[in-house]
Design a protein around this ligand. Structure first.
Ligand SMILES: [Zn+2]
Length: 338
């Protein structure tokens, strides 16, 4: 089913940068979802944090705060066996977690929709719209082919592929790093590793919020026997407004699992993580119905839920960083070439 609702203002993804829908946008782009209203208070935070010009009407969900919380918790929980340069990059990894939202500059999208159109579907997977076997496709292009072959005309999003791709990139770079002699180029590679690891954090953190796994991402759509909230702000009220006002690092870290795990097979582990998030969708809506997520929400269960989701994201991020390193030991032979 389409999750663009009549009367809602246009296109957006799960990370809050809405753009008006030019009529010339391709069909699949039109169906990603309604535009999320921009929250000026958060905008100010984001702009201050990243130094974007005021003309960049960028908003974030999980918010800058939630993304940074999850990344900071993951950094704190890194195994001591990780390379020292990586463990020393904690502040940079935290700063990078919201970075893919910074690429969603509205002025840039107005100039040309190419970047935003490519980036937006990386932030979510609408499991209700995936078709049997499509997520087992060898790559994102085969996934699209599989969906089309099944008659699915809506793009459910690329989030699982994005996470797998970036983890593989990270592992590849760690493998190179192990082989590389000391020198300036090894420092270049270390920066590349930190940048990709930080950006990976964004998508893993997105994947901890049930809103990023569903057609019900901006309020419940379609049949609604439980009378769940349908307001357009549902996602932002939880992920950004509530988390920004009420959740701190002290809420997140204690809820992480303690022992780092190697995620293997990688694809299965990523899909399992995202499906576990999706399984929390109803719980999220039940809480929002009981007491709306807002700056002033008092419910202890609300705090536990949001903190638990961020901790799940931080745990998975720590584990994917660890997986990329621990499974990057080179086998014999030169790197494969095309
Ligand atoms: Zn995102």
């Amino acid at each position: 089913m389409k999750n663009t609702s009549a009367g809602r203002p246009g296109f957006a993804d799960r990370c809050g940068v809405g753009v008006a829908v030019p009529r010339a946008f391709p069909r699949w782009t039109l169906e990603y979802g309604p535009m999320r209203p921009i929250r000026l208070r958060l905008l100010a935070v984001v702009l201050a944090a990243v130094g974007l010009a005021a003309a960049s009407r960028t908003g974030t969900l999980w918010g800058d705060h939630g993304h940074r919380l999850a990344a900071a918790a993951a950094v704190q929980a890194l195994p001591t066996e990780m390379p020292p340069f990586f463990r020393a990059a904690g502040d940079q990894l935290v700063w990078l977690d919201p970075d893919p939202d910074r690429w969603r500059d509205l002025d840039e999208t107005k100039a040309d929709p190419a970047l935003n159109g490519a980036n937006a579907p990386d932030h979510y997977v609408n499991f209700e719209l995936t078709t049997a076997g499509s997520l087992k496709a060898p790559n994102r292009y085969a996934y699209v082919d599989s969906l089309r072959a099944s008659g699915q005309t809506q793009l459910p999003g690329f989030l699982p592929f994005r996470i797998v791709e970036l983890t593989q990139r990270l592992r590849t770079q760690f493998r190179l790093w192990r082989r590389m002699p000391e020198g300036p180029e090894k420092r270049f590679l270390e920066q590349r590793i930190i940048n990709d690891a930080g950006v990976l954090g964004h998508y893993v953190t997105d994947g901890a919020n049930p809103h990023h796994t569903t057609i019900h991402h901006n309020g419940w759509v379609g049949a609604n026997p439980d009378s769940f909230p349908t307001d357009f702000r549902t996602h932002a009220r939880f992920e950004s407004v509530y988390v920004g006002a009420k959740i701190t690092a002290e809420d997140v870290a204690p809820r992480m699992t303690t022992a780092p795990q190697v995620v293997a097979p990688l694809r299965d582990g990523v899909l399992g993580y995202l499906r576990a998030t999706h399984a929390e969708l109803r719980a999220l809506y039940v809480l929002d119905k009981q007491e709306r997520f807002s700056e002033t929400t008092q419910g202890a269960a609300h705090r536990a839920f949001a903190s638990g989701r961020l901790a799940a994201g931080a745990t998975m991020l720590r584990d994917l960083w660890w997986t990329a390193w621990a499974t990057s030991v080179p086998t014999d032979g030169p790197p494969s070439r095309r």
